[in-house]
Design a protein around this ligand. Structure first.
Ligand code: ADP
Length: 315
């Protein structure tokens, strides 16, 4: 099975004509729903067919109860650290072009501790794959990755949101790293002497991208998501995970996106589910499935609630 460690947020979303400027008061269409990178990815993994456990921290409030109800309806096994703080929240403004600004109130998510994670060792060691992000305290994420790896569980790190901190220990504990373009360039700035404009990545040669990935994660695989351009994959030369090439691109499905919020989360959950279902298959097939799943997720509004029901097919 797949185990996800991460955040749960209640998203409060306002669709406005433009993003509010300083001192400005705007009217917008409001909706609320479940979110948080951890929860979004757990829902994606579950709806892609994986038996999924989710480790998180929740408050004793409506948000916490909502998380429990939603997890149950998707068949996700919850492991909750009960926090005295309010369940996490996110305030999101989206303009007509789909641009957004987001403020996160970490609340309970900030209470996810390494000691509590340590007590979940059997769950972490018993999984096929652990998927983690950076919306939780980094020491808790690191503890989860170390315990997973010690138990022979594959570790996948989605280094999101982009974080100014260097993640040396976390990267060393990751078997698979899945940054988007912004996160990839942020990591390169911190960990190498390379300066790459994230807008220029699509035009960067594959051989050069591969070299950059190798510097970042010499021993593991890197999957850089490139939005509508799909994904770039780079493996260690002698550890190609069943692929014919050490590096290659996988194009995205062509779709007219309705809402790309959570596309990265959809990709990560689906990649985890596909890999966990059949790790012996060529890795490129898992990436192709993740692209297809993420493209479909852009056809629905909402973060966790917009995740499609599209199960991995194993032939
Ligand atoms: P994030 O949501 O973290 O910014 P990306 O924008 O790289 O991540 O998108 C993640 C994945 O979602 C892509 O690799 C692709 O599979 C899919 N995706 C995103 N935008 C589109 C799009 N416009 N058309 C098709 N697929 C898309």
């Amino acid at each position: 099975h797949v185990v996800v460690v991460g955040s749960f947020n209640v998203d409060h979303v306002w669709n406005c004509r433009s993003l509010p400027r300083r001192g400005e008061t705007l009217a917008g269409r409001y909706h609320t729903g479940p979110g948080g990178k951890g929860f979004n990815q757990a829902v994606a993994a579950a709806r892609a067919g994986a038996s999924t456990a989710f480790l998180c921290a929740l408050g004793n409030d409506d948000g916490g109860r909502q998380a429990r109800t939603l997890a149950e309806s998707d068949g996700i096994a919850l492991r909750v650290h009960d926090s005295a703080h309010a369940t996490g929240t996110a305030g999101i403004y989206v303009d007509e072009a789909g641009n957004n600004t987001i403020v996160i109130g970490a609340g309970a998510n900030a209470d996810l501790g390494a000691a509590w994670v340590g007590r979940q060792a059997p769950v972490l060691a018993g999984a096929r794959l652990l998927l983690a992000q950076l919306e939780s305290p980094l020491d808790a994420v690191l503890e989860a990755m170390r315990l997973a790896r010690a138990g022979g569980t594959m570790t996948m790190l989605n280094p999101a949101p982009a974080n100014a901190e260097c993640l040396r220990e976390l990267l060393a504990a990751a078997d698979i790293l899945t940054p988007n373009e912004t996160e990839f360039t942020a990591l390169l700035e911190c960990h190498t002497s390379h300066r790459v404009d994230s807008d220029a990545l699509v035009a960067t040669s594959d051989a050069q991208l591969h070299r950059l990935c190798r510097t970042l994660l010499p021993r593991g695989s890197v999957v850089v998501t490139l939005g509508a351009a799909g994904a770039f994959v780079s493996h260690r030369e002698d550890l190609t995970r069943g692929d014919a090439e050490a590096f290659y691109r996988v194009p995205a499905d062509r779709v007219e996106p309705v809402d790309t919020t959570g596309a990265g989360d959809a990709f990560n959950g689906a990649l985890a589910a596909s890999y966990a279902a059949a790790p012996e298959r060529a890795f490129a097939l898992h990436v192709r499935f993740a692209n297809r799943y993420a493209a479909q997720s852009t056809q629905h509004v909402g973060a966790a609630s917009g995740m499609p029901h599209l199960a991995v097919e194993i032939s």
